[in-house]
Design a protein around this ligand. Structure first.
Ligand SMILES: Cc1cc2nc3c(=O)[nH]c(=O)nc-3n(C[C@H](O)[C@H](O)[C@H](O)COP(=O)(O)O)c2cc1C
Length: 179
């Protein structure tokens, strides 16, 4: 059986964002497992305007085409005002079928591990028929980032990241049979 394709989606797009550091960390752990094709998917690369404001057929097509190549996702989620970023919500809104019947894990960060943003995302994923797995690595801005900017994750997260990836792969494989 060919390997599953898993997209590691960076949820923030602001200049100076921390999400690339977290995404690269997940990709390194994931690549070390050798059990799927993992790639970083940066929302910023797709230059999606706010949905409906201007004609964005080209950007929307490129975004949907990328999502259609993926069997599952790991969302890198950061907490903005107790929820997900506007950029991630906008990107979620830009597709429907391309999300459906796939699995996702959530890796979040914030002052309380990004927990509130992660829980909001779970509600949105339900509407998009994305099955979000239980295990959720939650990183602290205070203890996993030096001076709030240089990512230095505590070792204890490794077990959770691998358990999350195990679940994402199991469900991504199972849901592929529905599509
Ligand atoms: C507009 C805004 C709102 C924020 N609100 C929260 C919040 O409600 N809770 C929290 O824990 N952190 C909050 N933060 C801190 C962010 O979680 C932190 O800056 C994080 O690094 C943002 O992710 P990014 O660097 O990938 O953009 C907020 C940051 C911004 C820019």
């Amino acid at each position: 059986m060919s390997k599953l394709n898993i997209g590691i989606i960076l949820g923030s797009t602001r200049q100076g964002r921390l999400s690339p550091q977290v995404g690269e960390w997940i990709k390194k752990i994931a690549d070390g497992r050798g059990d799927a094709n993992y790639e970083i998917v940066d929302i910023a690369d797709f230059k999606l305007p706010l949905l409906g404001e201007v004609d964005a057929t080209e950007q929307a097509t490129a975004w949907n085409e990328k999502l259609f190549t993926l069997d599952g996702f790991v969302f890198i989620v950061q907490e903005y005002n107790h929820s997900i970023t506007g950029a991630l919500k906008n990107a979620l809104d830009y597709a429907r079928e391309a999300w459906n019947n796939k699995a996702a894990g959530i890796v979040s960060y914030g002052s309380v591990g990004g927990a509130r943003a992660a829980e909001h995302l779970r509600g949105i994923l339900g509407e998009l028929s994305v099955a979000d797995v239980r295990v959720h690595p939650a990183l602290s801005l205070f203890t996993d980032f030096e001076s709030g900017s240089v990512f230095k994750p505590a070792d204890l997260h490794l077990t959770n990241v691998n358990a999350m990836l195990d679940q994402v792969l199991a469900w991504s494989g199972a849901l592929k049979t529905l599509r």
